[in-house]
Design a protein around this ligand. Structure first.
Ligand SMILES: NC(=O)C1=CN([C@@H]2O[C@H](COP(=O)(O)OP(=O)(O)OC[C@H]3O[C@@H](n4cnc5c(N)ncnc54)[C@H](OP(=O)(O)O)[C@@H]3O)[C@@H](O)[C@H]2O)C=CC1
Ligand SMILES: O=C(O)C1=N[C@H](C(=O)O)C[C@H](O)C1
Length: 251
């Protein structure tokens, strides 16, 4: 496949290596210093675009891909308040977009197990749930997109949780904090130098504690999942998320 990479930072660079190892060709790389090279003509030469930039440019990149009618894989997080509008535009213009807060295979297994666990824990209301995410200090958004997907899975499964709330860099988490209402799920975000991404779900009772954790050891898993997504989307039309790509219905 001919691939264009929009956002050539930590992820863009690793994706380039993984894609080339899988015999794909990178025909365009756009960072903030060569934005002027991002033209409809250049994009049209790609079979697929892979987008890992920042929350403030991702929408511009999506619109450029829609204009060029080239399928786009979106890894950037921090823009999900626009999801419904983008889905509508994607479908109305006959385009293809696949987004995921996390493309790692391990995290997607974790997402699925989280949804199953939340349904099970619905029967045990004496366990108080909260989630935690830790990322490097250069991360622009909080909570992480992955933590939002996890929170949505818990809210879907647990009858008594309706929305998530976020704290950033609060050292000691007090789950009985009176400012957090019973129908709210806490996502505690922490920023620690160089951490690629760690997500924990904790169900705590008075007598024990269940902890469920995913630790990314580096960024290679995110990159491999992204290239697999670019391969998966070939020949497909429409608006997709990681749930369509990782089909765990048999479990
Ligand atoms: N879905 C997933 O699996 C994963 C998602 N992510 C998400 O991906 C995004 C990127 O992460 P990461 O690579 O670590 O971040 P980086 O900050 O390393 O890279 C972002 C890149 O975007 C570039 N950029 C900024 N403005 C523009 C512009 N106008 N046009 C083109 N490029 C631009 C920056 O260029 P410059 O350096 O020149 O400023 C930078 O290289 C984040 O939102 C992160 O949360 C990360 C990992 C996995
Ligand atoms: O910014 C990052 O680094 C990451 N961002 C994604 C997120 O917001 O969930 C995925 C991964 O955890 C790394």
């Amino acid at each position: 496949m001919k691939i264009a990479i929009l956002g050539y930072g930590k992820m863009g660079r690793i994706i380039e290596k993984v894609a080339e190892n899988r015999n794909h060709e990178i025909i365009l790389k756009i960072g903030s210093s060569n934005q002027n090279e991002l033209t409809t003509e250049a994009l049209k030469k790609a079979d697929v675009v892979i987008e890992f930039s920042t929350p403030d440019v991702v929408l511009h990149h999506i619109h450029e891909c829609f204009k060029a009618k080239v399928p786009i894989i979106v890894g950037t997080t921090g823009w999900y308040e626009h999801l419904q509008a983008i889905e509508k535009q994607c479908k109305e213009t006959g385009n293809t977009l696949l987004y995921a807060s996390n493309f790692s295979i391990g995290v997607n297994v974790f997402f699925h197990a989280n949804r199953l666990l939340a349904k099970l824990m619905n029967n045990y209301p004496n366990y108080k749930v909260h989630t935690e995410e830790i990322h490097h200090t250069r991360k622009m958004d909080s909570p992480s997109g992955t933590a939002i997907t996890i929170a949505e899975g818990i809210i879907e499964g647990l009858n008594n949780k309706q929305e998530w709330v976020n704290t950033l860099n609060v050292e000691q988490i007090d789950v009985s904090d009176k400012t957090i209402q019973n129908n709210q799920l806490l996502i505690a975000s922490k920023r620690i130098e160089d951490v690629p991404g760690t997500h924990t779900i904790q169900y705590a009772s008075e007598v024990d504690c269940i902890e469920f954790k995913h630790t990314a050891l580096n960024r290679d898993g995110f990159a491999l999942g992204t290239v697999l997504a670019a391969e998966w989307v070939q020949g497909k039309k429409g608006f997709y998320s990681e749930k369509d790509m990782f089909n765990f219905d048999m479990a």
